[in-house]
Design a protein. Structure first.
Length: 289
């Protein structure tokens, strides 16, 4: 047992390895300035803080196709069991409001422990039944079904994450509000970045982000599969900055999708640079720097 193991009443968050913190994560909700929601979630649905029986999660636009009893890929009778509470979700609207979710998942320790046992049980069943084109969503569908089975509807919020540049259910409105300053992250250390900007909690860098320049041969890009290791080797070069992007006129475009991609490219450079610098300051000898 870890000496840092949570105890009953503690709040626990489940996050992805490809998350970068942009500001601190908090369990406080109602009355907090950094809360976004949309669609069927109303202001009256937002409670004061995460506690037992009141979990929250980020909106993912996955819907709740398992609500349809004739949806073969995610037949809830086969996965949850015919007598499961997950079969009591009566409409796609209800399923979408409370279970169209993904990481971060934030819940009270006992709730999450109970949910995790069912999540692990459902994972191989979902994997066995889900279609090939949706395989990468196996874990989030299994979690949603487990939450419904455990009667733990989640408050679905938008502000925890940006990832899909085209998503309406993420915290992009704060990125869009930066206008042409989406690369101003390069001017800040991380602590100043958190203090001086209103941003989503996480950047979830699971997609490919690319900004074309003013000529066909110029572009800036970030894709996690392109980052070649060992990044933290003391003798390797520092991650190269997206040279010229912060000054490029392309950032003055009214096209939000371009500015969103630029935000990710610039922010990921800053995140990688900060992580590598911290590692080297702690682990590397002066000659290794």
């Amino acid at each position: 047992m870890s000496p840092f193991a949570a105890t009953s009443g503690d709040i626990v968050a489940v996050i992805e390895p490809d998350f970068v913190f942009l500001r601190p994560l908090t369990e406080k909700l109602n009355g907090h300035s950094g809360v976004l929601f949309s669609g069927s979630v109303l202001a009256t649905d937002v409670f004061d803080r995460v506690r037992r029986g009141y979990p929250v999660a980020q909106q993912y636009e996955i819907g709740a196709p398992w609500v349809k009893n004739d949806y073969g890929d995610l037949d809830r009778d086969r996965i949850c069991g015919k007598s499961s509470p997950c079969t009591e979700i009566s409409s796609a609207e209800e399923g979408d409001k409370y279970y169209s979710i993904g990481p971060p998942y934030i819940a009270e320790r006992e709730d999450l422990l109970r949910l995790a046992h069912t999540w692990v049980k459902f994972l191989p069943l979902v994997k066995k039944n889900i279609s090939k084109d949706a395989e990468d969503m196996t874990d989030v569908y299994a979690y949603a079904l487990a939450a419904a089975h455990e009667r733990l509807p989640h408050l679905r919020l938008d502000h925890f994450m940006v990832s899909n540049r085209a998503s309406a259910g993420e915290g992009w409105r704060w990125v869009d509000a930066l206008g042409g300053d989406v690369c101003s992250t390069l001017q800040y250390e991380q602590k100043q970045l958190i203090r001086n900007m209103t941003l989503p909690t996480f950047l979830h860098y699971c997609q490919q982000y690319r900004v074309k320049g003013q000529n066909r041969m110029q572009y800036w890009e970030f894709f996690k599969a392109h980052v070649k290791g060992p990044v933290f080797d003391c003798t390797n070069k520092m991650p190269a900055p997206p040279s010229g992007l912060a000054e490029s006129k392309i950032l003055q475009t009214p096209k939000k999708m371009i500015r969103r991609d630029a935000f990710v490219v610039c922010t990921m450079y800053e995140a990688l640079r900060s992580a590598v610098m911290h590692y080297r300051n702690v682990m590397c000898t002066p000659t290794g720097m």
